[in-house]
Design a protein around this ligand. Structure first.
Ligand SMILES: Nc1ncnc2c1ncn2[C@@H]1O[C@H](COP(=O)(O)OP(=O)(O)OP(=O)(O)O)[C@@H](O)[C@H]1O
Ligand SMILES: [Mg+2]
Length: 261
C-alpha cells in the first residue's frame, strides 16, 4: 500500500512513463476535487487536483463550479496524456440521500464524462486498502466517514460532520486569522500548531469512537487529508486506545480507490 501511494504521489500532473491510463476516478470533495488514473495493470498513472468549495456536507452546492472544476481536470489530463477521458467512477460520502448522489453523476456528465460507477467514499477507500477486519476512516475537509469491515464484509457505514475545515476554524479563532490563512498555516506549519489543534483532533477521534459503536473495531485505518498533521495519528490512537494505522499520502487513498472501484 505504501508503495502504491508513494508511486502515485510522484505522478501529479505528469504521466508515469510506460503506463497508459485506462481507468479513471473523480473525487468530488469538500476541499479538493481530484482526478486519478490507473493503467491496465492497476498501477497509478496520473493524478491532478483543484481546490474548490463546490461541495458541502457531501452535497454539491455549486453545480456549475463543480462542472468547471471537473472540466479543468479533464482537459488538463487529456492535454498531458494525449488521450480522451470518456468515463470515470465517482463517490459520495456515506449517508447522503440518493438525490444528492445523482448530482455527482450529473456533474460528471455535464463535464463530458460518463459516470461508470458511483460508490460511497469508504468503500472506495477500501477498494485500495483491502481491509478485511477493521475500520476504514476517511477524514476529509468536511466530514469523517467510518466503515467497519468483518471478514471482508462492510457491517456498518456512517458519516458525521467534522474534519479539516473544523481544524481551520479552531486555528482561525485561536490565532485571529482568516479561515484561508489558518488553512495555509495548518498545512505549512502543522508542527507549530499541533498543540492548539489537539482538542480538535480528539473531537475527530470521539466521532470515530462513536461511529464504531464504542467498541474496538480492530485496527483503525486513517485515509483522507485532514490528519496529515504531525502526530495526529498518535493523538487519535491515544484517545481511542485502539490500534491505528496511518499512511503517507493518505489524501490519495480515496481518490485512487475510486478509480479502482
Ligand atoms: N499537509 C496537511 N496538513 C494538514 N491538513 C492538511 C494537509 N493537506 C491537506 N490537509 C487538509 O485536508 C483536508 C482535505 O482533505 P481531503 O482532500 O481528503 O478532503 P475532501 O475529500 O476534499 O473532503 P471530504 O471528503 O470531507 O468531502 C483539508 O481540510 C485540508 O486542510
Ligand atoms: Mg474526501
Amino acid at each position: 500500500m505504501e508503495g502504491f501511494l508513494a508511486d502515485a504521489s510522484r505522478h501529479l500532473r505528469v504521466c508515469a512513463e510506460g503506463r497508459t491510463p485506462v481507468r479513471f476516478g473523480v473525487d468530488l470533495g469538500t476541499a479538493t476535487i481530484v482526478l486519478t488514473a490507473l493503467d491496465d495493470e492497476g498501477r497509478p498513472a496520473y493524478w491532478d487536483f483543484v481546490r474548490a468549495t463546490v461541495v458541502r456536507d457531501g452535497v454539491v452546492v455549486d453545480f456549475q463550479g463543480a462542472v468547471d472544476a471537473v472540466r479543468t481536470l479533464k482537459s488538463r489530463a487529456e492535454a498531458t496524456l494525449g488521450i480522451t477521458i470518456d468515463e470515470a467512477a465517482t463517490a459520495h460520502p456515506p449517508a447522503v440521500p440518493a438525490s444528492d448522489c445523482r448530482a455527482c453523476h450529473f456533474v460528471l456528465q455535464q463535464a463530458g464524462i460518463e459516470c461508470r460507477a458511483l460508490v460511497d467514499e469508504v468503500t472506495a477507500a477500501n477498494a485500495l486498502l483491502q481491509v478485511r477486519d477493521g475500520a476504514v476512516i476517511d477524514v476529509g475537509g468536511g466530514s469523517t466517514g467510518v466503515g467497519v469491515f468483518r471478514s471482508g464484509e462492510l457491517v456498518s457505514l456512517s458519516d458525521q460532520a467534522g474534519g479539516g475545515h473544523q481544524l481551520d476554524l479552531i486555528l482561525a479563532g485561536a490565532l485571529k486569522l482568516s479561515i484561508e490563512d489558518a488553512e495555509v498555516r495548518k498545512r505549512e506549519h502543522g508542527a507549530d500548531v499541533a498543540s492548539l489543534l489537539r482538542p480538535g483532533i480528539e473531537r475527530i477521534a470521539e466521532s470515530i469512537r462513536r461511529q464504531c459503536g464504542g467498541t474496538p473495531p480492530g485496527t483503525v485505518h486513517l485515509a483522507g487529508g485532514a490528519l496529515r498533521l504531525p502526530q495526529a495519528d498518535t493523538v487519535i490512537a491515544r484517545y481511542l486506545g485502539w490500534p491505528v494505522r496511518a499512511y503517507d499520502h493518505a489524501e490519495l487513498i480515496t481518490p485512487f480507490g475510486i478509480a479502482v472501484s
